[in-house]
Design a protein around this ligand. Sequence first.
Ligand code: KG4
Ligand code: ZN
Length: 362
Amino acid sequence: MKILGIESSCDETAASVIADDNGRICVLSNIIASQIKEHTLYGGVVPEIAARSHVEKIDIVIKEALSKAGVSLDEIDGIAATSGPGLIGGVMVGLLSAKALCVGTGLPLLAVNHLEGHALSPRLSEKVDFPYLLLLVSGGHCQILKVEDVGQYQRLGTTIDDALGECFDKVAKILGLGYPGGPLVEAAAKFGDEKRFELPRPLIGRAGCDFSFAGLKTAVLRLVEKLCENGEKLKTQDINDICASFQNTITKVLINRLANAFAMSGLKSADCRLVLAGGVAANQFIREKLIEYCTQNSWQFFAPEMRFCGDNGAMIALVGLEKLKIGDIAPIDIAPRPRWPLDQNSDPIAIKNGWGKKGAKS
Ligand code: KG4
Ligand code: ZN
């Protein structure tokens, strides 16, 4: 079986063809057109610019994915597209393109939840048994879920304010590093002293496994203001030390929350698997620290290959494949969704806690 996967929920226009060869997944192509240059000037993703850019690139990217895979549409068995959650203009572009192709070819439409793509992304490269605990950390979301099987997700914790990738991006902005901030903070941290600055560790020691990053971001802002008090400019070493201290603090928070999540999950020791996924999963420092922690606790650790950490069409195609196998075909008039929780039973935390909700994909 071969599936074409289309992704356009944020700032990457992406398409991929994957093949299922008797249970072995082969990624035949994985084309990603990044919009970073278009948004850099504004220091973040501008939804209207993103949507227009998707319109300009989507057909080219799909064509390239098919030609790189060496297949024509006749050889495809289903077309998967991100149908939410995400920036609605972008989601509409990808989903409508998929619908048009389905109408033209008669192929089944597979409507995919973007978060489910991240949740299954390590399975593009290796076998990961169910159940597992999923730490989903990205630009728009930060959640811990128990994954029982394909389509069975129970949210154990989520952020009550900023997503983790968003926090990396904001800290990078405060430090004048540029956009997107995650990779730039990671690069600067390599030359920094992680012990120089003591930063708050939000929610550490509290019950549950929710996250909060807004206070940490503000603490970095106050620290920068203090260092620049006498009109001085931040030195490169200061920036590196702040990045290292910030990343170290983040890792301690993640480990504390994961320890609680494992206890809450009811997973037996034989099933203690951790999957790290989403854009922030590309961070090598976080990966190494989580691997260290998992090894100490006899948990197995999995993360997607680097090329499948950020948004991509292959992970969307993989979910589409699973849907096609069980006959979960979408009606052609299915609507794109700006919000779509993976765990359908989880209350939006905004309602639960009475706080404002941020992040397009939360
Ligand atoms: O999954 P993704 O590509 O898009 C969303 O679905 O949001 O994630 C993008 C986020 C951005 O906030 C980016 O700064 C962050 O992932 N990111 C990183 C790294 N690479 C990307 N954060 C920390 N360290 C990295 N190396
Ligand atoms: Zn994503």
